[in-house]
Design a protein around this ligand. Structure first.
Ligand code: ZN
Length: 216
């Protein structure tokens, strides 16, 4: 990720970086998406009609960084608060929206999802927001927190009220949680702990290929 003279050192004020120092040293490196897996991932996004902007690589202090990340511009539905996402996360998130969220909304709620509300992607913080401990996958743009779904008929189904709410909303959200477990390496929801009462956390930390996906 560090390529000698090819990047500039900038100092930026990063305010959305809870828990770590506010003044961060940022290194920009435009030498992005050079590896074959990274290029293949971009091809996957293109083939799925996902529009995106590749973002410059950035190394932040505290060990946080965003390498080979994209900003999603448009895909099968709208989504709020999406920042830098690693390409595999973006590919799985957009596929989940199209192939899991949309059919589940039709099946369980007899409507269409027009907007997925998220609580963001990149954030330089530790797991569970702790003052010490290991960095969250959010610290690498490798995680997204999904909080609610807005339907075409005007309804809004949130994880906070729907998980133990009306029968159709419970079934809808549980189906989305189950289907996410097939796509993301780690899936955490309200049954995991109180910190996840209001959102699903999806990240690509664990590899599904070796069967180590974590789904709670
Ligand atoms: Zn999260």
């Amino acid at each position: 990720m560090v390529r000698g003279a090819s990047f500039l050192l900038l100092t930026l004020l990063v305010s959305a970086c809870g828990g770590r120092s506010e003044r961060e040293v940022v290194r920009r490196d435009n030498d992005v998406f050079r590896s074959e897996p990274a290029r293949q991932c971009l091809s996957t996004l293109k083939a799925a009609n996902v529009r995106y902007t590749p973002l410059p690589n950035q190394n932040f202090s505290g060990g946080c960084h965003t390498i080979d990340t994209v900003r999603l511009m448009s895909f099968s539905t709208e989504a709020t608060n999406l920042g830098a996402m690693t390409c595999p996360l973006a590919a799985n998130f957009t596929a989940w929206a199209k192939h899991a969220v949309a059919p589940a909304a039709r099946a369980y709620l007899d409507s269409e999802v027009v907007r997925i509300e998220t609580m963001g992607t990149y954030s330089c913080r530790n797991v569970n927001g702790g003052r010490s401990g290991r960095l969250s996958q959010h610290a690498f743009g490798n995680a997204v927190d999904v909080s609610a779904f807005v339907l075409k008929d005007g309804r809004r189904v949130s994880v906070l009220t729907g998980w133990n709410g009306k029968a159709d909303e419970r079934a809808f959200l549980r189906r989305l949680h189950q289907s996410a477990c097939k796509r993301f390496g780690t899936v955490l929801g309200p049954d995991y702990n109180a910190a996840h009462a209001n959102h699903f956390h999806f990240d690509m930390a664990q590899s599904m290929k070796d069967g180590s996906a974590y789904c709670r």
